[in-house]
Write a protein that binds this ligand. Structure first.
Ligand SMILES: [Zn+2]
Length: 209
């Protein structure tokens, strides 16, 4: 568990009515990465076990613009839907996670390279001398502990994410798949996630035959 904890002076909370329902928005500046993130909290979570949680990596192109070459926007919506259905849960929206941590400009550069050279998401980063994944899940763990959430069911297909949260002191009691339908535009991306980054994406087997 981290020795760093959240400073209440760096946290602001308000109700946030959305088209899905009313959440509590807990915005915070993380003491370690010094970025601003937000946790959307639905229902009562303090002291509950196995809370349904999504630690969502920011993807401006997918989340805000509905880009089809990744499944981030679909996952964001599906995770919020699942939390509302459950009646309780937390979505932590992690800034600074664009392109698995390389930033927006570098991510768009990798997209151009993928289109030009036919490289996948891993090789396009490596080709540019960039790391493949430098995301840190410390901010997600710290805000969950701040909210009184110590054990979670994590909505993710990424075993590394579950391990990372666990190392930061959050008990991941289970992983809930968040499988988005493959499309022509994101099939290469999903396949690389499965084959090169170790994500569990069993539905691709059916798509690919
Ligand atoms: Zn994305």
């Amino acid at each position: 568990m981290s020795e760093h904890s959240m400073d209440p002076a760096s946290v602001a909370e308000s109700e946030l009515a959305t088209r899905r329902g009313t959440f509590r928005a807990v915005a915070f500046r993380d003491p370690v990465d010094d970025q601003e993130h937000v946790a959307l909290v639905f229902g009562e979570v303090l002291g509950f076990e196995e809370v349904l949680v999504r630690a969502h990596s920011e993807c401006l192109t997918g989340d805000a613009f509905g880009a089809l070459r990744c499944e981030c926007g679909d996952q964001l919506g599906a995770a919020l839907d699942a939390i509302v259905r459950e009646g309780r849960g937390v979505l932590v929206y992690l800034r600074g996670h664009e392109g698995r941590g390389i930033g927006l400009v570098a991510k768009v550069r990798t997209l151009a390279l993928q289109d030009r050279l036919g490289l996948d998401t891993v090789d396009s980063a490596t080709e540019l001398g960039l790391p493949v994944d430098v995301r840190d899940y410390g901010p997600a763990a710290r805000v969950l502990l701040y909210l009184g959430v110590r054990s979670v069911r994590l909505m993710s297909n990424n075993p590394d994410k579950a391990r990372a949260l666990d190392e930061y002191g959050i008990k991941v009691m289970g992983r809930v798949p968040l499988l988005m339908p493959a499309r022509a535009e994101n099939l290469a991306y999903l396949t690389a996630k499965r084959d090169r980054l170790g994500h569990d994406l069993p539905h691709l087997d059916e798509t690919l035959g």
